[in-house]
Design a protein around this ligand. Structure first.
Ligand SMILES: Cc1cc2nc3c(=O)[nH]c(=O)nc-3n(C[C@H](O)[C@H](O)[C@H](O)COP(=O)(O)OP(=O)(O)OC[C@H]3O[C@@H](n4cnc5c(N)ncnc54)[C@H](O)[C@@H]3O)c2cc1C
Length: 537
């Protein structure tokens, strides 16, 4: 990626020097390159979109633990707990839990919501991913700290796979089970988990089978999951049909239960709405691979599209981006592993709301009207069922993913939050709920979680001292509002300085490009003066 960054820098230098090169004013060229270098270095070293360690690529998987700091993938949460521990055995994990005052587990760190932080002890099970245990009933037991992608690669060796995974597969098995992980298929990830082993707050280890529903989507509040027995399926390819459709046509596809999976995406601006419908059908059971190689696209997203949004989202929203970007019609067969994979598009907070299917079209239209003044990306998927006491889907529902990407707007954080709070009012009116692992701006009491009361009682028996509670989960369990759920974003904190540097650079380059060259006469006059000056210095 260094090569691409240097290429982009050279391209920017050539563009910035274009006038000077035409005018053959060679002496000013290095000065302009130095001016271009300043915002470029700031972009990588003091990023206006990410507050973590300097990096060229943001849309890649990265570790949540850096020395004594824990930072989630989306950079919406970070903390420096007293202890960050990576046990090498479950017994060691049980001892840690027994002796700690307060414990949270970090899986892949891919949740946007502040689920993983505590000031006391954070555990990572990354050292605990051994070989899977095979059973003869289409289930396999994995260590819960394994990444979904690693489990899939293991399964693909014998033409098997997991179901219910999302757009990326860098989450851990336990992290997916503990939140609301789902993909383009109509059942979520946790619905395929049939048994687990777990460590409780007092350090005892238990096996859970009958009571598994209480544990699905329980955000680590009942105990630490160490092993998971999961249903596996035959590996397969699917026919991917992509088309540009209207919202009503996209909703019709939601009614088609014969599909293996589907999703709808678009970017809302001020131009005509065009929706990118993808259906995944005509399943063929066959050996497949998992590739997920899209480095260049991700690089362009991070280092071309993101800067463009920071300086020009207010203009971009008037361009027909969706119309230009999405194909009118395109069909191809693909490994199901790659069919709905997208490189992790870093940069914005992502929220997901569930709404029962009959109310879906109406709700999307209401959200669309709220999005009118902004640039917003959306994705719609469908979940028929997602078992669990804390589930967000109790009847066939559409899942509406929303990201506010209008990065140029002033007071970005406040406007983004207000936009989501308005959506959350609508979601509340429609009796909807939200994904536990995604951004949620309002008080959690607004959510419609039918099993919450029951779960709260059960949680108190598993963990009477509240060892696994943190501010966010305490708010959900007790209603005590968490203060400062999200710190200011990098865009809010740093983008202004970056834009000013860019503007000063631009004005200086314009000035250098337009300033007349010295005439021969000026040179004759100036040369001796310069000589005298240099001599004095
Ligand atoms: C780029 C990107 C794309 C995404 N795409 C999707 C998508 O398509 N669909 C979707 O539904 N979501 C998606 N998400 C959200 C995210 O995948 C979910 O929130 C996810 O399941 C988190 O898994 P994780 O392993 O990263 O867990 P973390 O975020 O690290 O943790 C999640 C929760 O699980 C708990 N936990 C983790 N391990 C254990 C354990 N062993 N025992 C007990 N508790 C544990 C944590 O304490 C925490 O409460 C995406 C996120 C990103 C960043």
């Amino acid at each position: 990626m260094w090569g691409f960054s240097i290429l982009i820098f050279i391209a920017a230098c050539l563009l910035a020097n274009s006038v000077l090169l035409c005018r053959r004013t060679w002496t000013r060229v290095p000065v302009v390159c130095a001016i271009v270098l300043i915002p470029t270095l700031m972009w990588y070293l003091h990023s206006p979109v990410h507050r973590g360690p300097p990096s060229i690529m943001k849309s890649v998987d990265r570790a949540s633990i850096n020395n004594n700091e824990v930072r989630n993938w989306a950079d919406t949460v970070h903390c420096t707990p007293k202890h960050i521990l990576k046990p090498s055995s479950i017994d060691e994990c049980a001892r840690i839990v027994q002796n700690a005052n307060n414990v949270r587990v970090v899986g892949g760190g891919h949740s946007w919501s502040p689920l993983i932080c505590t000031n006391d002890t954070i555990i990572s099970l990354e050292k605990l991913c051994g070989k899977p245990e095979w059973h003869n009933d289409s289930t396999v037991t994995f260590d819960a700290g394994c990444f979904i992608q690693d489990a899939q690669l293991e399964l693909l060796k014998v033409d098997k796979q997991l179901h219910g995974y999302g757009a990326i597969q860098h989450q851990t098995l336990a992290g997916g089970f503990m939140t609301a992980l789902h993909g383009a298929q109509f059942q979520n990830f946790a619905s395929n988990v049939v048994e687990i082993d777990a460590v409780l707050a007092n350090g005892t280890q238990i096996h859970v089978k009958d009571d598994i529903d209480t544990w699905r989507g329980s955000m680590g509040l009942l105990g630490i999951v160490s092993r998971m027995r999961i249903k596996v399926y035959a590996s397969k390819s699917v026919l991917v049909t992509e088309s540009s459709v209207t919202l009503e046509e996209a909703m019709l596809a939601m009614d088609d239960d014969t599909l293996e999976a589907m999703d709808v995406k678009t970017i809302w601006g001020t131009t005509k709405d065009v929706y990118h419908l993808r259906t995944f059908s005509a399943v063929v059971e066959e050996p497949i691979t998992l590739k997920h190689e899209q480095h260049i696209e991700a690089f362009l997203h991070d280092n071309v599209f993101m800067p463009a949004l920071l300086v020009g989202s207010r203009v971009l929203r008037h361009l027909p981006i969706a119309q230009l970007y999405y194909p009118t019609f395109y069909q191809h067969r693909e490994s199901i592993m790659d069919a709905w994979y997208t490189y992790p598009e870093f940069g914005f907070k992502n929220a997901a709301y569930s709404i029962s299917l009959p109310k879906c079209l109406d709700t999307i239209k209401l959200i669309r009207s709220l999005a009118k003044p902004y640039l917003v990306t959306v994705e719609f998927r469908k979940l028929l069922d997602a078992p669990g006491l804390l589930t967000w889907v109790t009847e066939p529902s559409c899942v509406i993913d929303v990201s506010f990407v209008d990065a140029q707007i002033s007071q970005f954080d406040a406007k983004m939050r207000a936009f989501h709070m308005d959506i959350e009012d609508i979601v509340e009116q429609k009796g909807g709920a939200a994904h536990w692992g995604k951004f949620y701006a309002s008080e959690y009491s607004k959510l419609n979680i039918r099993g919450l009361q029951n779960f709260t009682t059960i949680r108190a028996t598993y963990d009477p001292g509240g060892k696994f509670l943190n501010p966010m989960t305490r708010e959900i369990m007790t209603g005590i509002t968490m203060k400062g759920r999200y710190t200011a974003s990098a865009i809010e904190m740093r983008a202004g300085t970056w834009r000013i540097t860019l503007l000063i650079g631009f004005i200086t380059i314009m000035f250098l490009s337009c300033w007349p060259k010295m005439s021969k006469r000026q040179k004759r006059v100036f040369k001796p003066v310069r000589g005298t000056l240099y001599a004095k210095i």
